[in-house]
Design a binder for this molecule. Sequence first.
Ligand code: MSP
Length: 510
Amino acid sequence: MGFILTTPLYYVNDKPHLGSVYTTIICDSIARYKRLKGEKVLFITGVDEHGLKIQRTANEKGVSPEDHCNEISEIYKRNWLEWNITFDKFIRTTSKQHEKVVHEFYQRVKASDDIYMGEQKGWYCVGCEEFKENPENSPFHQCPIHKKNLEWKNESNLFFRLSKYQKEIEDLLKDPNFVEPKERRNEIINFVSKGLKDFSISRKNLSWGIKVPDEPSHTFYVWFDALLGYISAISLDDKNNSLDLSINSGWPADLHLIGKDILRFHAIYWPAMLISAGLKPPKKIIGHGFLTREGQKMGKSLGNILDPNYLISKYGKESVKWFLLKDISLGSDGDFQDRRFVDIVNNDLANTIGNLLNRTSSMSRKWFDNKTPLILNHDSNEISKLSKEIVQRYLYHFDNYKIDKALNEILSYAISVNLYLNEKEPWKLIKDENNINDVKIIIYNVLEATRIIGLLLQPILPELSLKISSQLGDLSFINGNWIKKLEWGLLPFSSDLPAPMPIMNKLDYE
Ligand code: MSP
């Protein structure tokens, strides 16, 4: 099946916000990058539709949970298409196929003697769908994330023997690559070292969920149900969909990319559930940071939520992608400030990259009959050498999911090429006939550098990338081996250059 990567399955209590867009565009860039390198990829996303939170949201709206879920799931799917997200599977946890897999998985865990009936008492956050430890540490028993009152629960639930897997989880965490970034891994190791406690995997008196086969008054706990979406998604579209088929089709996942708030579920509960069922844990989990807006947490009550659709219509999706992926390092928190966003996009994309291509293409057209220059050979020079180094570093960073570093390599290359052009001043050299060969080499170098810059942008900004190659008259863009095309010297000599148009318009603040 190739490389399997997933976003979280988003709660359908509301339509997507910038946080969910953030996770999904990171995954999309990784999926595109891997495909460009020739790897087979299965990119899974979807929605988490069950549980108390969704049931209450539907009740408050006065609609059935089914209707509510249908509406919001559709919005999610449409939204991802608008963002040009190349997901392969979109799993809904209310689908029959998913329910089947949950039942099959439950039987395996039960057969391992890891399920028992117990008493669940504690403070529950409906927003997180999670029992909170030490609620006495937070004022008025409030959830520190949702700032809403916790609810006291006391009921008989089915429990999963997490405590049995203490050693296995500790061993998994010894691998420094299993959870990233490092600080998050340390938090998880610290939590595990205090001793894992069994957790409840069913709810009583909650109708909006998958029924537990042998306990008709219980539905599965929404997290037990939702995590399995990563597996049911794999065989979702096969008419024989089943747990076994999903497993035989490529499980385990290579990468779960999630927010830091849900790391515990992914790095502890989920691997233990899988081991109990005789399955392999995921290979890697990255917990990214949180986005704030002008320094404040985004929230409906604060009235500062950034609507992704507004951002698309006002600025265009690729501007937003560039900013979020280049300016925030994966794992750190990031702040969305309007002014900084506009400045970065204008400087990086419109000026540094866009103008470089535009003015060089204009010079080439003017001096060389609307064509790229005809040079005699590709002797190694400062720009070609730099290109090789930049490409190597970019690939290294991307392979290690340091996407911001990879993108900063592109930018630093574009800055160096601009400097080179300004220092060489071909517009002065051209005045003397004897310099013609030098001018040709300078112009070729810059155009060839922009071709490579365009290719390096392809996993992140496919539309801008396509504009750059069209501007260069480079028709080989769609086909061919991407890695090979990153080699220096492939821009043909004396080939037609179309009339330049700005590849990126400058953004305005208001
Ligand atoms: N349904 C669960 C996930 C189940 S996975 C089997 C869930 N859904 S969620 O919709 O609440 O959150 C989805 C993701 O969005 C999480 O990774 C969360 O960290 C992320 N974000 C929510 N708010 C965010 C920001 N403000 N910034 C960045 N990401 C944030 O949890």
